[in-house]
Design a protein around this ligand. Sequence first.
Ligand code: ATP
Length: 503
Amino acid sequence: PATSMEELVSLCKRRGFIFQGSEIYGGLQGFYDYGPLGVELKNNIKAAWWRTNVYERDDMEGLDASIIMHRLVLRHSGHEATFSDPMVDNRKTKKRYRLDHLVKDQKADVQARVAEGMGENVENFPALVAALVKQPARASGALIAAGVRDPFSGEVGDWTEPKPFNMMFKTTIGPTADEDSYGYLRPETAQGIFTNFKNVVDSTSRRLPFGIAQIGKAFRNEITPRNFIFRVRELEQMEIEFFCAPGTDEEWHQHWLDARLAWWEAQGVPREKIQILDVPKEDLAHYSKRTYDLMYDYPTLGHEEIEGIANRSDYDLGSHTKAQGELGLVAKVDENTDSIAKLTIPHPETNKPVVPFVIEPSAGVDRAMLAVLSEAFTKETLENGSERIVLKLRPHLAPIKVAVIPLARNREEITAVARAIKADLQKLGLGRVLYEDSGNIGKAYRRHDEVGTPYCVTVDFDTVGKGEDASLTDTVTVRDRDTLAQERVKISELAGWIQGRLR
Ligand code: ATP
């Protein structure tokens, strides 16, 4: 695995996985572009998630909802009021920080002095942040007195009171910019699932329990985007809302915890690199009955959230439904007089309409990519003493499945065979197969090790009957990324050989 974020960032740029967004104009913070290999890896991760969670189950439907949503969706979801992070400004540098990030970045003794100033126990970081938020007037003084430094200038800041900062991106819709003609870029994909609950139930005749899965972009105006693609402003999520009868929710919550850990393992992110955080009651979001955060051990960052698996009770559908008063909701919801739909489904036992409970496994594609890359990253010393970097990606995730390399790029008899092999392998539908004639063979091998190509197929003079050994005619060399073993395979058997190993 990678030992630092820097070595991943450098590999990603060098080999074309990830670039800074708008780079030729100086870059835009919190936005990244996925390059030729990044787009393949990302698509492969999403396809693996979809396969496991939609195709291989019989209790799931897919969805692709729009990104811009009605302002009332985000009002009744609770996002207008509560989707905010506390921020503080430094009056000296005019820089703005997320309060918890700022305090976390300070030295332990500074943190202790902040806690002292607030009269809180520093052992419990969330409690300290909560205290700072709850007593903003006192917080400003405590941060200054404790000598909290501005990470930008390195000097002690002149800190303002913490204020909530709503992270939703707003945009105007249509040609007239009147008061109500705005919508939001969704801050999570989940809301599109809740607003389509009735459409999906009516069009598929689903009964409880069942889920709706969605992959797509979400947007969060993070105060301090940082740590490469770990915290970005335009992100992608893979989310499931699994609807079940009240009373069966705890069992399903456990089911999804186990299922999701197994999926991560199958992507090469081992169980022992993920800590399960059973989020303490006092830190739970207001809608959550219980939440497990999966904390992956990222290089340089340490354990940070890669996926959240929440039991959201009947809060979401209860918030978006009409006739709330008649439905016996368990969650405390705000009044909704705007919705035109009753979001109920027959109870599997009584057949009476019920607002189901929801289990939500919500994973970030960008954070998945970082974890998958980090686990695959391997530095090896070879027998001859040289060092190589190799991405030991699971074959189903590899951006390029096979590279077909003609040993001489200006010999028509060799390139024609190589091109024909490429075209044949491409037809197998395994993903990208690359015709590779860009350099010498050693360089090609090194590049494909670094981008995780499982197999390199080389066409040489023996292949076309012009080498030393006539028995090698119509065979190619296949090189294995991990073992470095080279095997001679008949062209007629190559497709089956590759297919058997890439499954
Ligand atoms: P954090 O506490 O790290 O900000 P969160 O608790 O706000 O994350 P959720 O709202 O639970 O995150 O979102 C679900 C998933 O979406 C997260 O587990 C993460 O993988 C991903 N995600 C959330 N915010 C970002 C972001 N700014 N950049 C990249 N991925 C993100």
